[in-house]
Design a binder for this molecule. Structure first.
Ligand SMILES: [Zn+2]
Length: 88
């Protein structure tokens, strides 16, 4: 569980544009979840359980607005597949 006791006093800077993300304003949080499918034995429905969740980056509303499926596809093209890293 994250501790938000001092969040009002923290200065949050968007790592993309360098602008401050003021307290109280909305922003985009990109998270990485480790999940798995399971079956609820009571309802017999498939559910998704989150085993771990980690915030990867927080972006201001402007910068985060361009982080969409297209941006993710571009990023994925450049991510190495573990065990298949090549040196250029
Ligand atoms: Zn920004």
């Amino acid at each position: 569980m994250e501790n938000f006791d001092n969040i009002e006093n923290d200065v949050h800077i968007c790592p993309k544009c360098g602008q401050e993300i003021p307290f109280g304003s909305s922003y985009y949080s990109i998270t990485r979840n480790l999940e798995f499918f399971c079956k609820n034995t009571d309802t017999n429905e498939v559910e998704i359980e989150t085993e771990d969740s980690e915030e990867v980056i927080s972006l201001c509303k402007s910068c985060g607005s361009v982080f969409n499926q297209t941006a993710l596809e571009i990023i994925l093209e450049h991510l190495p597949i573990p065990g298949h890293e090549t040196r250029n």
